[in-house]
Design a protein around this ligand. Structure first.
Ligand code: NOJ
Length: 982
């Protein structure tokens, strides 16, 4: 008995221990694969993969597409002609109008349509009201510039028979060689082929055809119906042409099969990047199976993928069908302008000039296969040769990221949810009490009454204005969520107006679409409709959305759209939008239209209504090419787990090279409770995301940094102070992004496109053009970090000036309190060294300049500065300086690189007292030993004033640490011209 009792007790304590452990360990959550299609379950993807398999396995394969030579015309930079597709068992030829446009920027565009659909000469099934054309409005949303047609593009008369050649681009260095039969285009730069379209013959335009009902075969019970091969149209798999079911939803497909596909080859290019967003490495993997490769193509179909998994080609919330290919010293790219569901297969092949060399010394090429469910075949080709040439040209087309308000690049504190206005005020006070800087606090879906956006819960948020006022006292902001689903409930003015004004998305029968989301039964605003966008604008007016103040901005979530009971958690493909376009045609743009409407609404709220000329801030979850113009994105619902922290770096880097640099991931992880170590490391990494927001799920424990306890709170606070100190450098990088499209955080290949060893590196990043190189720790218990230095250059530890020398791997100590951060020689970057509660309070703080001397002894850097808030910079209200240090004269100079506008003087006057309070020279020459002074001369009214002496300190090299010098208070204006001679 005694024994039994003892045993029971032991079991009981084991059980308790087990339960406690279960509570401590974050449950391993993982995506429900059965809710999302694989290529095999997506009819058009499966058909096109099968088409590719047939083409590749048949040595005699010939693509059935021909450009009819007699139709080819070239006029003013545009080539037109008729491509025909010959059907296998008949003489029928499907007519596919072709247009190749050569742009002044050096970008070429190949567009293929289908004549019958274009002319509306098709019949829709089920009495559908859908548009008959292939969707041709993607460009309306995505493209904003860079389309001036080249005046210099010209036919090359030397073209061989059966082909047309067009010389174009800068200095006519580019050439498009258009082969007529089978149709294909090769793009050359300096005579060398860089990109090939349809070279493998995988082009496929699924033409319209009427459904021919086959005679029913007599099938005995229990036997499967077998359709005779001769009944099938050229052996094609018809099973998913006319309707398709998945997860209990049936897509009625009134237009029949209409996919477009094409192979795009990059000969000699080993690496490809882009097609964001996926949770995987920056350098894209092969997708046709095999060791360490994916077996499904990369998918682009904006979806609310609950608990998404790591290292996967599965789709996520946003789609950017832009890909870059990289080989030594050459970058090229393609942009597949199509808004329908898209899959991209990637394979690589190695060829060798010498068959006996067994691949050694051979070149690797990358082959890609793009497959979209509907729409035009529309592809832009960029011939580089640098990563910036390609990203810049893509940015010219789709727009650069807006210059954001400064607060939005500072630290954001979010959780689902801060439950009352008092709660918000309390959190705000606690940040101050713990001296932790932050700029923005966020409200998730619990603040409105019953999830009815544009209202406040009267019990929990009785006085939102007082709450915003408290935030404003320290120049802080509020961001509140507004989703696109509108609660379907009587007496809710928003839904009443949505219905009465007829502005909602429709179902396939043309009635208002109803689905399920946070509020329960909901309708969705159709922002493709200009009237809906106008209406949306009116809703944000201060007198309409009562309780909102000027320091309130917006978060757009669930805009894929997320529909809890919809196919793959989104809208049915046969839903109808404004203009009767089917949802399938434009699905991937849907999120952007909503984001766009909100952006315009905030612009109108502040500009037209209030003359308050501030830049809007809107965060979006769903996005497409062009969304970067409207605000920030984040990577959605990640998990409080180390692999998610690790994945966040390549994911955010990938956004940067995809033209959408204002990106971040939920700091701390959305689902689950991070350990304190993970939380701390995440803040250190987050300090290097362009968009830096902590966020957590409603079921998680509170985790504001002041709750972590020591030493964690202080270490997190240090990471935050580092971010705040470097805000001038971040803001300068944002300015560069907003004028050139350059990424804000940059992967190795972008900075060192000649260094093949670094092409696959995606766990370290350069911040803008500052030369700052960070490699945050993303593994548990790790205390040392190995950083790859690509160039023969000096690098210095940011904190203690320890000197490293590239190229090669270097090891940096990384105990919990250290962020591995190096400074590359040859750069100058700006900083502000006085910690404050929020970035707004730093507006008139003085600057520190850090001059980092490398092997050449020279260094250079820039500072861009404006009020961080309004559009006045567009009228010249800004300071833009270039700092140069020249070894030959040991002089640091500040020169103006801005163009004066009508508000320049006024701004300079305002900033007159803002000075450079410190200049630090890292890697200072040994010869400065004993120097105690530097001399400063300032430009006054365009002339140099007599120089004056200022104090300088020199610190000699010690224990591997570089020599450095500091000039304290040189007394120069940040906006003025001056030089300091050392
Ligand atoms: C999903 C978003 O991804 C998440 O960040 C948010 O907290 C929830 N929706 C609730 O609004």
């Amino acid at each position: 008995m005694e024994w039994l009792n003892g045993s029971r007790r032991r079991w009981a304590s084991l059980l308790t221990l087990f339960c406690v452990l279960c509570l401590l360990v974050t449950p391993a959550v993982t995506v429900k694969h059965e809710n999302f299609k694989t290529c095999d379950q997506s009819g058009f993807c499966k058909r096109n993969r099968a088409y590719a398999d047939a083409a590749i396995s048949t040595s005699k394969w010939q693509s059935p597409y021909t450009l009819d030579s007699s139709t080819v015309k070239f006029e003013k930079g545009v080539l037109t002609g008729m491509v025909t597709k010959k059907l296998v068992n008949t003489d029928t030829k499907i007519r596919l109008p072709l247009k190749i446009t050569f742009h002044e920027s050096g970008t070429a565009r190949v567009t293929i349509d289908e004549e019958k659909r274009q002319k509306g000469e098709i019949e829709l099934r089920h009495g559908s009201k859908a548009r008959k054309e292939r969707y041709n409005e993607a460009e309306k949303w995505a493209i904003v510039g860079g389309t001036a047609v080249s005046t210099g593009a010209a036919l090359n008369k030397d073209a061989e028979k059966g082909s047309t050649r067009v010389m174009y681009g800068p200095g006519s260095k580019f050439e498009a060689v258009i082969k007529h039969a089978p149709f294909g285009v090769q793009f050359k730069r300096d005579g060398e082929t860089q990109v090939k379209l349809n070279d493998r013959g995988l082009m496929n335009v699924e033409h319209w055809r009427p459904k021919v009902d086959k005679p029913e075969k007599e099938v005995k019970e229990g036997e499967e119906a077998v359709v005779a091969e001769s009944d099938k149209d050229a052996g094609e798999d018809e099973s998913t042409w006319w309707d398709e079911s998945f997860g209990g939803n049936t897509d009625s497909k009134p237009k029949g099969p209409e996919a477009v596909a094409m192979d795009v080859q990059f000969p000699g290019y080993q690496h490809v990047y882009g097609v964001a967003s996926h949770a995987g490495p920056l350098a894209l993997k092969e997708t046709r199976g095999g060791d360490g490769k994916y077996s499904d193509p990369y998918r682009l179909y904006n979806t609310d993928v609950f608990e998404y998994e790591m290292d996967s080609p599965m789709t996520l919330y946003g789609a950017i069908p832009f890909m870059q290919a990289q080989k030594k010293d050459s970058t090229v790219g393609v942009f597949w302008l199509n808004a329908a569901e898209t899959w991209i297969d990637i394979t690589k092949s190695t060829s060798s000039a010498n068959p006996l060399s067994l691949g050694i010394g051979g070149t690797t090429s990358t082959e890609t296969h793009w497959i979209s469910e509907a729409g035009l075949l529309d592809v832009f080709v960029f011939l580089g040769p640098t990563p910036q040439d390609v990203i810049g040209a893509y940015g010219e087309l789709t727009g650069f990221t807006q210059l954001p308000q400064q607060f939005s690049i500072a630290h954001h504190q979010c959780r689902w949810n801060y439950v009352t206005d008092e709660d918000v005020k309390d959190v705000d006070r606690k940040f101050d009490k713990s001296k932790i800087p932050y700029d923005v606090i966020w409200l998730d879906i619990e603040y409105p009454e019953g999830k009815k956006y544009f209202t406040w819960d009267p019990l929990n948020f009785p006085d939102p204005i007082a709450m915003q006022k408290q935030l404003d006292d320290h120049e802080r902001k509020l961001v509140a969520i507004i989703d696109p689903h509108i609660k379907n409930e009587g007496n809710y003015h928003i839904v009443d107006e949505l219905k009465s004004k007829d502005l909602a998305i429709k179902n396939k029968d043309g009635n208002i679409y109803e689905g399920w989301c946070w509020p329960g039964s909901s309708h969705w605003v159709d922002c493709f409709n200009p009237k809906a966008r106008e209406w949306w604008k009116s809703l944000f007016r201060y007198d309409k959305f009562k309780g909102t103040a000027k320091n309130m901005f917006v978060w757009n979530d669930m805009n894929e759209p997320s529909v809890f009971n919809g196919p793959e958690t989104t809208g049915p493909k046969d839903n109808l939008h404004h203009g009767n376009w089917e949802h399938r045609d434009l699905h991937n743009i849907n999120g952007m239209t909503f984001h766009n409407a909100t952006y315009d609404a905030l612009l109108a709220r502040d500009k037209e209504e209030d003359k308050h000329n501030v830049r809007p801030f809107v965060l979006t979850r769903s996005f497409y090419s062009g969304s970067q113009r409207l605000g920030a994105m984040w990577t959605g619902d990640n998990q409080a787990a180390w692999p998610h922290l690790e994945a966040s770096i390549p994911m955010v880097l990938s956004m940067g090279i995809s033209g959408y640099p204002f990106a971040g991931a939920d700091v701390g992880g959305f689902f689950g409770n991070p350990s304190k170590e993970l939380l701390t490391r995440w803040y250190q990494a987050g300090a290097f995301y362009p968009f830096f927001r902590a966020h957590a799920h409603i079921d998680t424990r509170r985790r504001e940094p002041y709750l972590a306890g020591e030493p964690y709170t202080e270490i997190i606070a240090q990471a935050l102070r580092l971010r705040y100190g470097l805000l001038p450098a971040w803001y300068t990088a944002f300015h560069e992004a907003s004028t050139t499209g350059a990424p804000i955080i940059r992967p190795n290949y972008y900075v060192h496109p000649g260094d093949e060893k670094g092409f696959a590196i995606d766990d370290q990043l350069y911040l803008g053009s500052t030369g700052l190189l960070a490699k945050p720790v993303v593994k548990e218990g790790q205390e040392e970090q190995v950083i790859y230095l690509a160039d023969k250059e000096k690098y210095f530890d940011y904190f203690d000036f320890w000197q490293y020398e590239g190229p090669g791997m270097v090891s940096v100590a990384a105990p919990l309190e250290n962020i591995p951060l190096l400074m590359q020689g040859g750069h100058i970057f700006p900083r502000r060294d006085r910690p404050r509660r929020s970035s707004g309070l730093m507006r008139f703080d003085p600057f520190t300049l850090v001059v980092v001397l490398g092997n050449s002894g020279d260094a250079e850097g820039t500072l861009y500065l404006d009020d961080g808030e309004s559009f006045d910079y567009q009228s010249g209200s800004y300071i833009h300086r270039r700092f140069k240090y020249q070894a030959a004269t040991a002089t640091l100079t500040s020169e103006d690189v801005g163009t004066a506008g009508k508000m320049t003087k006024e701004y300079l006057k305002k900033m007159e007292k803002v000075r450079v309070e410190k200049v630090i020279v890292v890697g200072a020459p040994d010869g400065w030993k004993g120097k105690k002074e530097a001399s400063v001369s300032e430009e006054m009214a365009g002339k140099s004033a007599p120089s004056r002496k200022v104090e300088m300190e020199f610190h000699a090299k010690a224990d591997g640490k570089a020599a450095w010098a500091v000039v304290r208070d040189p007394g120069v204006q940040v906006g003025g011209g001056w030089n300091i001679a050392f």
